[in-house]
Ligand binder design. Structure first.
Ligand code: UGY
Ligand code: MN
Length: 248
């Protein structure tokens, strides 16, 4: 199958490959290209997930207003994320940050090299029993990946999954060659998935898709889903999932 044709809009899912990217612009990023991997225009998605490319020394041309919670994951290069004059976070590749709804921000790439990052945006859904979470940041290598019941499948949680103040999780799921999820899942939560490494086969609804590094998949609530890494080597993806809320 030609690279051009791997992109798909299926029942309850999309697959967007690098060959499908058609960059848009957003006022806050000037001429820097933004690929809108998914937004709420694709019903029923409640998230926007964006691939943002910044030239060396480039960044936001306007401060991005508050009102939405956001998650940042740096793919290449380094960026500085500033929420206030005294609050600057330097993030290298593999670095991440969470900003709560009340935080406006600016982004700047380092002077030496261009940067690319993923940004997830959504409306925070609070819970009466919990205060909204505070900003946090870290790096994927700060902690080792944790074992799961499936041998050869490990996970690294980037946000605290045991804290119901958070309404979403961002997780890195890593599979040894030939290893996969142990079932076809069907669940109420939605996913935005970015392949960070390797390749494999994704079951999506009634279909199967060969996927590889830099592909993106949106999975709507109740989209049947399963994954097996290819025999060629390990595979890994960064997964958004809404958590701790009842779906209303
Ligand atoms: O946590 C999850 O829902 C995850 N296992 N789903 C997935 O990888 N597609
Ligand atoms: Mn799932």
């Amino acid at each position: 199958m030609s690279e051009r044709s791997r992109g798909a809009l299926g029942r309850g899912y999309t697959v967007v490959t690098p060959a499908n990217h058609y960059p848009s612009r957003l006022p806050e990023f000037g001429d820097q290209p933004v690929v809108k991997l998914v937004t709420p225009r694709l019903a029923p998605s409640r998230i926007g997930e964006y691939l943002v490319s910044l030239d060396a020394g480039g960044g936001t041309t306007r401060r991005v207003g508050a009102g939405y919670e956001r998650f940042f994951y740096v793919l290449d290069g380094t960026v500085t994320l500033s929420t206030a004059a005294s609050e600057r976070r330097a993030l290298s590749a593999g670095g991440f940050a969470y900003l709560p709804s009340d935080a406006a921000y600016e982004l700047a790439a380092g002077d030496a090299a261009p940067a690319r990052l993923l940004i997830v945006k959504r409306v925070y859904e609070g819970h009466a029993a919990h205060d909204a979470p505070a900003a946090l940041s870290g790096h994927r290598d700060d902690e080792p990946f944790a074992a799961t019941p499936v041998p050869g499948f490990t996970r690294r949680e980037l946000l605290p999954v045991d804290d119901p103040a958070f309404d979403f999780a961002m997780s890195l799921l890593r599979f040894d060659a030939g290893v996969g999820l142990d079932k076809i899942e069907v669940h109420d939560e939605e996913h935005g998935l970015w392949m960070t490494e390797g390749s494999g086969t994704y079951v999506l609804g009634a279909d199967e898709h060969e996927v590889r590094a830099e592909d993106f998949i949106y999975m709507a609530p109740y989209c049947p889903q399963g994954f097996t890494a290819s025999a060629a080597g390990p595979a890994e993806y960064l997964l958004y999932k809404d958590v701790w809320r009842d779906g209303f």
